[in-house]
Design a protein around this ligand. Sequence first.
Ligand code: FDA
Length: 520
Amino acid sequence: ASVSADGHEDFLECLSEEFHNYPSISNVTYTPINNSSSYSSILRFSIQNLRFTSESTPKPLVIITPEHESQIPPIIHCAKDSEVQIRTRSGGHDYEGLSYVSPVPFIILDLINFSEITVDAVNKTAWVESGSTIGSLYYRIAEKSPVLGFPAGVCPTVGVGGHFSGGGYGNLLRKYGLAADNVIDARLIDVNGRILDRQSMGEDLFWAIRGGGGASFGVILAWKVQLVDVPERVTVFTVQKTLEQNASRLIHRWQYVASKFDEDLFIRIIIARANSSSSQTGGNNVTLNASFNSIFLGGVDRLLPMMQESFPELGLVREDCTEMSWIESILYFDGFPIENREVLLNRTQRSVRYFKAKSDYVQTPIPEFALEGIWRLFFEPEADEAVVIFSPYGGRMDEVPESSIPFPHRAGNLYKIQHLVYWEKEEDQNSGRYLSWIRRLYGYVAPYVSRFPRAAYINYRDLDIGMNRNEGRTSYAEANVWGMKYFKGNFERLVRVKTMVDPRNFFRNEQSIPSLREEI
Ligand code: FDA
């Protein structure tokens, strides 16, 4: 890995001057030279994508895991002085590794020690420090109340620092919108080292960090969120259909109904390859499996007639359904035994693989023949571990105006697609064949998804849709290419906020918001 020794020494020298009264910072400062085994294990700890773990992946000069917020302003000051970039990492789930990889000299500010969560069940709010995971937030809420929840992502190890700042959605999306829609206050350290809350940062900056990606604007320390009501019992089901069981027709139909269901009902579809044994050929055939994976915010007695009326083709019966508490449904969706709640506190992912993802928004139903074209791509060898996930919109998402927060994908979207391809071996990374497969899939669906712009979700970060040059000035025109896809008309306002709060563009990465005054 190429690291500049100069930047490294300047930065550490500056830190030791800044911290001569605070020797504790050295206990949480890791360099490849002084404490190489801790450095490597801390670097690796929250990495979720093996694409960014090779020898040739650029490594940070230093990793700092501060324990107190007062330690962060001097780190920002020294990074500016020694011209090294800061990558802030909370949960490390960035799809393109932007929280821990940079092509220019950089340090990682890892907020793993900022993981306190304070739930106020009476006022239905919580303060959540950025290094907390969403699993631990769910756990702490359920500890206080069985009828409160929070509308964020599915996988418990996702960090709230990145997740809420990019939007953040999960199975409560149709009822309550995004995590970012439910943020009511935040604490942030700006480029000048000031610690700000909603009132002192002002409504523009507070708007920008709820969906515009936190990394462009400063270091977010904590969020205050509005908790939401959930019933004591919810109902979950997963109905699986193969192509032979008419999956294509059901998926086609689902596109017409899923965004129009009662907002208590969320049915997503996970489509992947499956082996089915065929009695006719006596062997194993490859087929596709569509899992209709659902949560209903109510009991089975209310769900069944609703399904009978709106989506009878799925043939849902009582035996497919299980009633449970909301916190148990979190475990169910992630494939854990529902009795084992403590796993929500575990920060390590069960399986970490190489992967590449992309996202799309669908505004008119994809014709059945085109769905079948997608399935044909799934029979290619690179798709053995590929997945597409269709997540319905509608409900609350249709009611929130596009400019309410930077996340703009609201009314008019039937559902979102996440395209994912995984692989196991480093040599497949080098050959690029999986990347080229997912790019072909993305090319294939182009005529059927949103256009002008072809919209994308920032939390499913994809550098293929455009990126800034990392060195020199960040061009507005270049950033506008990917910026319109993530933010549509909100991109302009994000640029204005960035220009106001970080004019010299210190907080930057391959997809950070540009400042119009960078050259000053
Ligand atoms: P990470 O620490 O990598 O940060 C992501 C970005 O935010 C980086 O640019 C980083 O610098 C910046 N950042 C992080 N902390 C910051 C802070 N405190 N201040 C300023 N900037 C900060 N999404 C979703 O909406 N629903 C879902 O169900 C899932 N599920 C899911 C599962 C798995 C296995 C993965 C890998 C990812 C998801 N995601 C998701 C995507 C997830 O929302 C996205 O990757 C988030 O940005 C992750 O936030 P982390 O803090 O974990 O990432």
